[in-house]
Design a binder for this molecule. Structure first.
Ligand SMILES: *Cc1c(COP(=O)(O)O)cnc(C)c1O
Length: 370
């Protein structure tokens, strides 16, 4: 674009080092005929009562929302058995991850997290001027907590732990996560990102709200975007001890969470039983799809989320294109692998047949070579 011969305003130099957030691609074909399994969205439409609550709330759009979402916070407090003063809501957990860096990290500090993990971590760490410290996952796609603990220095101010991990699906069990939390210095903020908590079926897995109950340096971040199916509403919350929760509330963009979003979240909590039945169906689909992939010869790690991970290395791009051509959009990550969201049964079947034909083609190429 032409600057009309004038010098553009000077923005922060660090912007050049910040990677752009890459959203999942839209459905495979432009006409909407394809399936979108690239953004970990919930395939179900909103429950009827939720839609009504939202419609009613929309009638008040001339008014500012309740600044701190008092009704929602009270409902969450009751549901989670924590004082309302320990809860901070914001426009999705993405906003909370950014806020947490803002309240805990100064330029030059270090932020530690596993890699690969959620792609917002490098972004929010760099934006706060921190040095990102990425600790590779273990060979079986899980957090390497020993290596992460060793990566913590006296410059470390914040550690992200994503469980279940996006994009690999592996979740941390209580017996490994608790010693890790207790081993880190008390003045380091540990952020448990539990965006997929509701999809966890392993009873040995940790629950962040329990883990932060008696640990003032642990905060858990949750969202209504995934299991609750409100991705388009932009609402999530953190549970932490008062100083952290208070700092989050005090520094949030005022009135970010709309009345419509607050009412959608409250109505969804009211219909939790129905929503969790849908989650149960998605968990069953996850196990069905994983079983089918295993019998095709793939090795997807055990996932506790609403997606599966296939490590494909150099074949990542061509596999994603093959899926696209077969009518289903998946999410490629560089030269690491592909994440596929568990969607409606029909979509999952289209993906399974794409995965099956890929292996058949690969076997044929192998046979030609030998
Ligand atoms: C989807 C996701 C989030 C953010 O969700 P919001 O829509 O911003 O609430 C946070 N963390 C992880 C790991 C996610 O996958």
């Amino acid at each position: 674009m032409s600057t009309g011969g004038r010098t553009p305003p000077r923005l922060r130099a660090l912007l050049g080092s910040i990677p752009a957030y890459v959203p999942g691609k839209p459905a495979a074909s432009a006409g909407g005929a394809g399936w979108k399994l690239s953004s970990n969205e919930n395939p179900y439409p909103p429950l009827p009562g939720v839609l009504e609550a939202v419609t009613t709330a929309a009638g008040r759009m001339n008014r500012y929302p309740d600044l701190h979402g008092t009704e929602l916070t009270d409902r969450l407090a009751e549901h989670l058995a924590v004082p309302a003063s320990r809860i901070a809501a914001d426009t999705g957990s993405s906003a909370l991850l950014q806020q947490l860096c803002r309240i805990a990290v100064d330029p030059g500090d270090e932020v530690v997290y596993a890699w690969r993990s959620f792609e917002s971590y490098p972004l929010v760490a760099r934006l706060s001027g921190a040095r990102p410290v990425q600790v590779p996952l273990t060979g079986d796609e899980a957090h390497d907590l020993d290596a992460m603990a060793r990566a913590v220095t006296d410059r470390t101010r914040l550690v992200f732990v994503c469980t279940p991990n996006n994009p690999t699906g592996r979740a941390l069990r209580r017996d490994v996560l608790e010693p890790f939390l207790d081993r880190l210095p008390a003045d380091v903020l540990i952020v448990l990102d539990e965006a997929y908590l509701e999809f966890v079926s392993d009873p040995h897995c940790a629950d962040g709200v329990e883990l932060c109950r008696d640990r003032p340096n642990v905060v858990t971040v949750r969202t209504f975007s995934k299991a609750y199916g409100l991705a388009g509403m932009r609402i999530g919350y953190a549970v932490a001890h008062e100083p952290v929760a208070e700092a989050l509330r005090r520094t949030a963009v005022p009135f970010g969470v709309s009345t419509v979003a607050q009412s959608a979240a409250i109505a969804s909590l009211d219909r939790r039983t129905e929503l969790m039945e849908r989650v149960g169906e998605l968990i069953a689909e996850r196990e069905r799809v994983r079983g089918a992939l295993l019998s095709q010869g793939w090795t997807p790690p055990d996932s506790q989320a609403n997606f599966l991970w296939l490590r494909l290395g150099e074949q990542t791009t061509s596999f994603a294109e093959h899926c696209q051509d077969s009518g289903v959009t998946v999410r490629p990550y560089g030269q690491d692998g592909v994440r596929v969201t568990i969607g409606e049964r029909e979509a999952n079947d289209v993906f399974l047949s794409a995965a099956g034909s890929w292996r058949a083609d690969a076997a044929e190429v192998g046979a030609d070579r030998s």
